[in-house]
Design a protein around this ligand. Sequence first.
Ligand SMILES: [Zn+2]
Length: 576
Amino acid sequence: MPFLSFTRRMSCALAIGLTFAAPGLAQQDGAHTPPRLILQITVDQLRGDLLDRYARNLGEDGFRRLLNTGVHFTNAHHRHANTETIVGHTTLATGTDPAIHGMVANLWFDRIAGEQVYNVQDADFPLVGAQGVDAKNEIDPTQRAASTDGRSPRNIITSTISDEIALHYGPDAKIFGVSIKDRGAISMAGHAGTAYWFSKSEGRFVTSTFYRDDYPGWVADWIAAGKVASYAGQLWDLSAPADAYLFGGRDDQPWETVAPPWMTDFPGFGSTFPHAWGDIDDRYFTTRLTLSPAGDEITADFAKALIDAEGLGKDSIPDYLSVSFSSTDYVGHLFTPSSLEAEDNLMRLDETLADLLAHVDMRIGLDNTLVVLSSDHGAPEHPGYLATLGIEAGTFDFDRVDTEPGFVRLTAEFGESRDLIRNFSNPYLYLDTEEILARGLDQATVERAVSAELERLPGIAHAIPATALRDGAIPPGRIPEAVLANFHPDRSGDIYVVFEPHWFIADFDGLRVASAHGSPWTYDTHVPIIIAGPGIERARVARRVETVDLAPTIAAILGTKPPSGALGEPLVEALR
Ligand SMILES: [Zn+2]
């Protein structure tokens, strides 16, 4: 370890030298020297305030290494309404809204096929040498809903910044995306890169035939090295004494998820520390890894092996690596962002990030690397926690809508109202257009009537009809604009349901979770953006910026085109 620290210090000294030299050189001869590696880090569900809130336990070499050298935008927001994983990731990758990149939700209803579609599912491209989602292992209900194990980025309509790097520099630019979640890897690798994600049923990283027909040797070597198995029989315990944490005295909050029996039966992942991962032959062992800092540690370990084996950053042609960390999201869903688990998870992620940055520094040099870090969405607080402070909150149960007086009225007006609703795939309500036609009704009239009744229900702030979005007839304001930014005519539903602030659907497809993001309110839209690299000066910027700005900023730094649908503006603080 002393050797590593020494190397890191040496590289830092080099970085300082280059920081002064590079801009001067560029001014003299007009030459533009791009970084050798673009490292795009996405931390799933890292709300914009959490790095400050939990700063007390962050070290010098992880997040703080980026904060101390780069630009930290403290008031960055997603501007689309449906703040879910694929929507946020693809927005970061493409610099545009879901209305244009097409990833409007983790799940949408395909009206022609008559079934729900999982965002990156693609039956044409099966997994390479592996089974896919084992439905019983899969805690992630959206992933579980896919009707095929095949995966590809073909539903992403516009180019990504990774695609633009490939287009600009040609086949010598190496492009990769890594994540526990398939959608976290595929969205960022774009169409031109290669994505690897973690299969819980296989206990290893997989890819699909969209990218490759076989695995390179280094993947087998990584599996043989036994990183996953090293957690067998071990415990996720606190990294520091309890009194070092903001939530040190609150490990037993009543609203932390009562885990489903398959998680607690053996040997008790439970709601308090220590959390046990179980034995390697336990069928939920790999699932429990992903619900803890272990998932991110495994992801970073795989990314490090990829950097070495694929030779990233070895020549003057820029390479791109996306690493999307998923544990913060799973821990947030189970325990909420205001929990000892969330706090310790961030502390462990900080160490994981430090390890990854040290590896990049040793192999490529951080002085040759552009690092960008952001998140796909924020996170709400649990109604129970809000209630302790007198803030009103609640959970909404869609099943009881049918018996509401307003819907009984609709039935009297239009005929059986239940039959007019074809599917509710949160946040979209899909009407049965054929049934509406068959009854001689007008689509816009039915949309307006159903929306009006929904808006009367407690917990619903807005129910916005698609006809209003198509006709440009939405009221002014940030929330309707966020719904419009989310509207894709083929994929979006006929009514967008926006819950009141601090209200959410607690039933996550059968699994009760403590916390579920997805709203257009600021706790879900607020994320950090950090940009660090050669020539970039440290700054903390509080003006509001948007996540669509990130990809155009990377393009401006590199000198590539922005992605094909990009709407954001380059962040000038990172261009000095
Ligand atoms: Zn989530």
